[in-house]
Ligand binder design. Structure first.
Ligand code: AMP
Length: 213
């Protein structure tokens, strides 16, 4: 099964993807995480991606698609995957469709998590990530038991550079799922919209129901 999670920055794609992966065993592929790992290791790809990420811009399609296609060509992705943060536009969606078609597969579900702008802005400011295991927290909606430390592994929590207020505004302007991307999945008959403003558990339950149904 192949699933794409769509939604603006701060809609909860990453948190929900981690929860769905834990509940279903599906492989979670996040292009944002892949870029951040490359930035951390100071690879050539990371240095290039950083110049776009720091401004709140998307990394060019050519680079992103190449990285994603390499990732899904690995054996671990043969049975399925859940994509979080990819595709961001129809060019990326078409590249993914083509790669899946080449192995007799397709996107089974495109789940769009909707959240209003005011709520997104307040969420992005309070987000924390474990430096060690990548688990996501929110100081208001999903806080760690001990401030600054990961419940799971005890790792140190940090805030993303691109969650700064001035960058957040650009990300919201430039990175909402475009109408033609949503139309792409609607036309394929796989789009479901989920209200992302309910509690975390309710959103997870709605997503799982959409997948199982
Ligand atoms: P995210 O963790 O999904 O918010 O992604 C963090 C940053 O990585 C974004 O602001 C973009 O600069 C970049 N990025 C992640 N996924 C993509 C994508 N599919 N296409 C282009 N840029 C991306």
């Amino acid at each position: 099964m192949f699933i794409v999670l769509l939604g603006p920055p701060g809609a909860g794609k990453g948190t929900q993807a981690q929860r769905i992966a834990a509940a279903t065993g599906l492989l979670h592929i996040s292009t944002g995480d892949m870029f951040r790992e490359n930035v951390k290791s100071e690879s050539e790809l990371g240095q290039l991606a950083k110049t776009f990420m720091d401004k709140g811009d998307l990394v060019p399609d050519e680079v992103t698609i190449k990285m994603l296609l390499e990732r899904i060509s690995r054996a671990e992705a043969s049975a399925g995957a859940m994509f979080d943060g990819f595709p961001r536009n129809v060019v990326q969606a078409a590249a993914l469709d083509l790669a899946l078609a080449g192995r007799g597969a397709r996107i089974d579900h495109a789940l769009l998590i909707s959240v209003r702008d005011e709520e997104l802005i307040s969420r992005l400011g309070g987000r924390w990530i474990c430096r060690n295991c990548g688990r996501l927290y929110h100081e208001r909606n999903d806080p760690p038991k001990v401030a600054g430390l990961c419940d799971g592994c005890g790792g140190e929590l940090y805030q993303r550079d691109d969650d700064r207020p001035e960058v957040v505004r650009t990300r919201l302007e430039k990175q909402k799922p475009p109408a033609d991307l949503i139309a792409h999945y609607r036309a394929a008959g796989v789009l479901k919209e989920i209200d992302g403003e309910r509690g975390l558990d309710d959103v997870t339950a709605a997503l799982l129901k959409a997948i199982e149904g």
